[in-house]
Design a protein around this ligand. Structure first.
Ligand code: C2E
Ligand code: CA
Ligand code: CA
Length: 398
């Protein structure tokens, strides 16, 4: 590997030799490009192009990383401005603990976004857990400030850190990026597959976007679709591309096959959890004296037909299946379920005994059984369609 020195980097910064390549991220739900990760490249005057592995660490140790990050940020903003980007596209930049520890850097990030009229939600910062753990208290403070205005935050290389749960709970992450090593191994054993599936489920329950990195084969793609992963990045979709090629790629959208079938499975599990929470709430409260103030407290699942996770899916990603009879049949039992649930909450609050609430609980159960059967039928049909559709992975390798 080429050895570069601090003064080489300083010189490169003065000459603005660092550029960004963009690796597209594809939605596994809609097939569309939903953004890109910006990756640094060093374009040397002699015509060679150096990968980040040759200079990021040196920049970090020499203290030049902040300058590099700020320069790349300004490049990113310039690359994006005036592009008529579609709503909802996200562009991410990799940052280090040193960057986020410095309020000047995070200020510069905010200023750049605001000055050029970019929506803050267009920008996402990627940081590895190891980096997140290195930073002091000031870092969390700075990050929170960015999160408050809507800048996204992705935990990079998820799955190879050591206390992801703790970091996840303390930081305002909006995305987790499953590490490419884990994605590369997930089809090698049932254990690895389970780890990926449960990580996707965890992200789903925490309301985070889960991005799978390093997706290289159609088999990996299909596994992720089935597991309910929403976004994929990797050579299968495209290598990192220079800006002009990325623009072309973005316009020539929708070549891959998407099928939000894994999300049907998520909806089934969400619904089962909803029903269990309702039943558990009723049984626990019914055991209390009729006049217990605890009976008035919350503890029941999300009410409202579009507020629960199944309902959010129904009016959101689930609309993909809007033309199927199963989808259309879901509405009625779902409404019946919520009506029975609302009546149960009323009865609990009014001090009813469990025996008096059994008919309503039974109604819930019946509506739920109908719902699950419909969702399972939808899932089976979707799976059949996923594996019957001829794949088109015609992206030419760069
Ligand atoms: P990363 O953030 O995990 O970025 C993903 C790396 O995986 C990229 O390498 C990308 O080209 C590569 N990759 C993408 N798809 C596939 C695939 O399907 N298979 C395989 N085997 N690899 C794939 P790259 O561009 O060489 O970047 C390496 C690392 O350098 C990045 O890892 C990131 O940690 C760091 N880096 C890149 N740009 C920046 C930057 O602007 N700032 C900072 N601080 N770090 C950067
Ligand atoms: Ca990254
Ligand atoms: Ca990564």
């Amino acid at each position: 590997m080429v050895r570069v020195t601090t003064s080489d980097i300083a010189q490169g910064l003065r000459n603005r030799e660092f550029i960004l390549h963009y690796q597209p991220k594809a939605s596994l739900v809609t097939d569309r490009i939903v953004g890109a990760e910006a990756l640094a490249r060093w374009q040397r005057p002699d015509g060679t192009m150096l990968p980040p592995a040759t200079f990021i660490e040196v920049a970090e140790h020499s203290g030049l990383i902040k300058e590099l990050t700020m320069q790349l940020l300004s490049t990113l903003v310039h690359d994006l401005v005036g592009k008529h980007l579609e709503e909802g596209l996200h562009f991410s930049l990799n940052v280090t603990a040193r960057d986020l520890e410095d309020a000047l850097v995070t200020r510069a990030i905010l200023d750049a976004v605001l000055q050029y009229g970019l929506s803050p939600t267009t920008l996402e910062l990627e940081i590895t857990e190891t980096q997140a753990l290195q930073g002091g208290a000031s870092m969390l403070w700075n990050v929170q400030e960015l999160a408050d205005v809507g800048v996204g935050l992705a935990m990079d290389d998820y799955g190879i850190g050591y206390s992801s749960m703790d970091t996840l709970s303390q930081w305002p992450f909006t995305t987790i990026k499953l590490d490419k090593g884990i994605i590369g191994r997930m089809l090698d054993s049932a254990k690895n597959a389970t780890i990926v599936r449960s990580s996707i489920r965890l992200g789903h329950e925490l309301g985070l976007t889960v991005v799978a990195e390093g997706v290289e084969t159609p088999e990996q793609h299909d596994f992720l679709v089935e597991a309910g992963c929403k976004v994929a990045q990797g050579y299968l979709i495209s290598r990192p591309l220079p800006l002009d090629q990325f623009d072309l790629f973005r316009r020539d959208n929708g070549k891959r096959r998407g099928m939000p079938i894994g999300l049907v499975h998520m909806a089934i599990v969400d619904h089962i959890q909803w029903r269990r929470q309702m039943v558990s709430y009723v049984i626990q409260r019914a055991a209390l004296p009729a006049d217990s103030p605890l009976r008035q407290m919350d503890g029941y699942p999300a009410m409202g037909v579009t507020k629960c996770a199944l309902g959010a899916w129904y009016v959101g990603d689930g609309r993909y299946f809007a033309d199927t009879p199963m989808y259309q049949a879901i509405d009625a039992p779902h409404r019946a379920l919520h009506e029975a649930g609302a009546r149960l909450i009323e009865r609990v609050r009014a001090g009813a005994a469990l025996a008096d609430m059994m008919p309503l609980l039974y109604e819930c159960k019946q509506a739920s059984a109908t719902l699950i059967r419909l969702l399972e039928d939808l899932e089976d049909e979707g799976l059949a369609a996923l594996y019957a559709a001829p794949p088109d992975y015609s992206t030419p390798p760069a």
